[in-house]
Design a protein around this ligand. Structure first.
Ligand code: MN3
Length: 330
């Protein structure tokens, strides 16, 4: 079972909205090599795992799969911030500017120029479980053969391809919000490549002699370099609240050959970063809690409190008036 902490696994760095960057990030969320796939693939591999003697491998898959839930949360929240085209929109009918942040007269005009109008129509200024073209995420992306070596090889390919695509997204935008999230996910992909490569090494694969781990190292991106200097690619989180995870039996010792060296270690979980709930967006009717609706919410809450105090009296108050009138006539 899972616990939740009300922090994000990485911080959302503030910048102007950028719906085009958000659209590219959708590939990293709901694409064939996105975070939803890594989450589902590793969790299903761990749920279906067979062989008690191989528990450390199950625990490694489970820990990484649990981390991927937090990646889905991080990239989804980032997309929601980036699609928000009118952060200081005041509802002015006279100002002609419709650029993000300029308080234009047509608050969601951005949607018409961003290539994916459908996204704004169905999801408003938020993330959706779809890829950059708008194709819904599919369970058919998930690979779980039941064979540990094949699953690990596929996982390594998945992490490497995911990292390659994120490096391309990084090169598409200089938006600070987008780049901070992409850089973090690139480095964690590298950590997960280390995890699966290391697991394959324990099964007898000699990286130096067989094949290189795909080289998409992104040290030249300053946000990535900073995290690599902190050793974030050499850490694996167990997310094991009861500390029963044995993932550390695999994720230890020297990092696999092609990944730049270093020593691997495990930690329970990162501390995370506080996250604020986004502001209301009346122009897209989100959340749509107008004063009348809030009044009704308050009235229902008061009724329920009264019911807890005095159930009989509250039931009498709640009874439909027509019924009580009918009874009175009798
Ligand atoms: Mn990930």
């Amino acid at each position: 079972m899972f616990l939740h902490v009300q922090n994000l696994i990485n911080e959302i760095v503030p910048d102007e909205p950028d719906p085009a960057a958000a659209n590219a990030l959708q590939e990293g969320l709901g694409g064939q090599f996105g975070e939803m796939r890594t989450m589902m693939q590793y969790l299903f591999q761990s749920f279906n795992f067979r062989g008690p003697t191989a528990k450390p491998y199950r625990d490694l898959l489970h820990g990484v799969g649990t981390e991927e839930i937090s990646h889905v949360e991080l990239i989804g929240t980032t997309i929601a911030r980036l699609t928000d085209g009118s952060p200081r929109y005041k509802g002015s009918a006279t100002k002609p500017l419709d650029e993000p942040g300029k308080g234009g007269a047509t608050p969601m005009a951005d949607a018409l120029s961003m290539g994916n109008i459908h996204h704004f129509l169905v999801g408003g200024q938020g993330a959706l479980p779809v890829d950059a073209v708008g194709n819904p995420w599919s369970g058919s992306y998930v690979y779980n053969s039941g064979n540990l070596v094949l699953d690990l090889l596929n996982n390594l390919m998945l992490e490497s391809t995911g990292r390659l695509q994120k490096c391309r997204i990084y090169e598409m935008t200089d938006n600070k919000t987008a780049r901070a999230t992409i850089a973090y996910l690139i480095v964690r992909d590298q950590a997960h490549e280390n995890a699966y490569a290391k697991a394959l090494e324990t099964l007898g694969i000699d990286w130096g002699r067989t094949l290189p781990i795909p080289k998409t190292d992104a040290e030249r991106f300053p946000e990535v370099k900073k995290l690599l200097d902190q050793g974030l690619h050499l850490k694996q989180f167990t997310f094991s609240a009861d500390n029963l995870s044995e993932a550390g039996k695999i994720f230890q010792g020297s990092a696999p050959a092609a990944a730049g060296g270093g020593t691997l270690s495990t930690e329970q979980m990162p501390e995370g970063f506080p996250v604020e709930i986004a502001v209301e967006r009346p122009e897209e009717f989100a959340p749509g809690l107008d004063p009348e609706l809030l009044e009704r919410v308050q009235a229902i809450a008061e009724l329920e409190l009264a019911e807890a105090d005095d159930p009989m009296a509250a039931a009498a108050k709640k009874a439909p008036k027509t019924e009580s009138k009918a009874r009175a006539k009798k």
